[in-house]
Design a protein around this ligand. Structure first.
Ligand SMILES: [Zn+2]
Length: 109
């Protein structure tokens, strides 16, 4: 990877271009739990090895970040809370509604 950008994005959490060998991440992620940011970095980096979300992609994800599915679920919960109302308590409530158990200390770091 040659370039790594963090910038304001309205519609996506991140993108990756294998051709340009660059990764872009939404600056809003800086406020999220570190593991969610890590999940997106790993996700975009795996796209440099495998462009689609096929079984090869998930095998790479399992290899590099064994609990990636958990952080993907947390990100989905974060996306359901509007940015204006984004507090960790709001995210935890959405997570509980969808049957996810997340501890508060995950969001305090
Ligand atoms: Zn992807």
């Amino acid at each position: 990877m040659d370039r790594f950008f963090v910038q304001r994005m309205k519609t996506k959490w991140g993108s990756c271009s294998s051709a340009r060998r660059s990764i872009r991440l939404n600056s809003e992620l800086a406020k999220k739990p570190r593991e969610c940011l890590e999940y997106l970095v790993v996700h975009e980096m795996v796209h440099l090895l495998e462009p689609t979300h096929n079984h090869r992609f998930t095998a790479f994800m399992d290899q590099f970040m064994p609990n990636w599915q958990f952080y993907r679920e947390i990100l989905k919960c974060i996306l359901q809370v509007s940015l204006r109302q984004l507090t960790w308590q709001a995210v935890v409530l959405v997570a509980q509604d969808s049957g996810l158990t997340i501890t508060n200390d995950l969001f305090r770091r």
